[in-house]
Design a protein around this ligand. Structure first.
Ligand code: ZN
Length: 309
């Protein structure tokens, strides 16, 4: 094969499967030359064809303030970003979570038509957490985002989950599920974060509260996402978001097989190109693309009357 054919073959084969990679170049200002029929796949036209809600987003956490996130969102046609600032310390005191939520409230005021906030809290401080839910929901927050201070199935979480049911709000929980090595599963040794929620913890909470809506965070965040998807097959109130920077090629296709097309949310967790590219690169039909990019999350928002028109 000549080098020219190699190059053409490369483009043809990788235009879709490496959409994330291509997006990186395109958004940065490069473009794929269409000469010699190398590729007529217009990635950005494809990207902009779909309405999008980013189901897992942050501000002031690890990659800049809201203006940075809105800039990415504008370039990728993301209409709404569901944004939180979880407290990533083990302590997670009321002062810490109130301060984190203040960042989100500020971002919501700056971009009221773009940013939808999630309140963060720590169930170890129940009274303060319940007060914080009220304070933030009264100011327009649409959901709850929690971290690894307490497992999702811990009794400390029960009143928080019950409150989310009353409010018809989804709970996005940080999650982990470690890979085994050479056939040895290391019993989910999460090292510094022993209370990180595992797939089994989600299942237990979902069984106890079938009316709750739980979102397993970032299948693209590393770890054994296949095991997670298999674990959730029979629990229709567990959703997963596809965010993260470690997303493997068949991640969404695999998730679709186990969870169906209504429980997957597009998300980025600030890995924008991977998040968008991964949906486009998957074996999805038009209806499924629309559901994952936008409609599934909007359906959850609709339950509480918070959907996007
Ligand atoms: Zn995140």
């Amino acid at each position: 094969m000549s080098r020219k054919i190699d190059r053409r073959t490369f483009f043809e084969r990788s235009a879709v499967s490496s959409a994330g990679l291509f997006l990186g170049g395109m958004v940065a200002g490069c473009s794929v030359k269409k000469s010699e029929g190398i590729s007529d796949y217009d990635v950005m036209a494809e990207v902009m064809r779909y309405r999008k809600i980013d189901a897992h987003e942050h501000v002031d956490l690890y990659s800049g303030g809201p203006e940075v996130q809105i800039d990415f969102a504008d370039r990728l046609g993301i209409e709404r970003l569901v944004v939180s600032k979880p407290v990533t310390t083990q302590t997670g005191t009321p002062d810490e979570f109130r301060e984190a939520n203040d960042h989100i409230l500020k971002a919501m005021k700056l971009y009221p038509d773009r940013i939808m906030g999630q309140v963060t809290l720590n169930p170890q401080y129940l009274k303060e957490s319940m007060e914080e839910i009220k304070r933030c929901v009264d100011q327009g927050m649409v959901g709850i985002k929690v971290y690894y201070q307490v497992k999702i199935n811990d009794p400390l979480f029960y009143p928080i989950i019950e409150k989310s049911i009353d409010l018809k709000m989804l709970i996005l929980m940080h999650a982990n599920c470690q890979l085994g090595m050479a056939g040895y599963r290391m019993k989910y040794d999460t090292h510094l974060n022993p209370n990180t929620s595992l797939p089994e913890d989600f299942v237990e909470a979902a069984k106890r509260y079938p009316e709750a809506m739980l979102q397993y965070a970032h299948t693209g965040g590393g770890g054994d996402w296949e095991y997670a998807c298999k674990s959730f097959r029979d629990y229709p109130n567990i959703y997963v978001d596809t965010s993260g920077s470690n997303n493997e090629g068949n991640m969404i296709d695999f998730a679709l097989e186990y969870l169906g097309e209504d429980r997957l949310f597009f998300g980025t967790d600030t890995s924008y190109y991977q998040g968008v590219g991964d949906v486009l690169a998957s074996e999805l039909n038009e209806v499924q693309r629309k559901k994952i990019f936008f409609e599934n999350y909007n359906a959850v928002l609709r339950k509480g009357g918070r959907d996007v028109a």
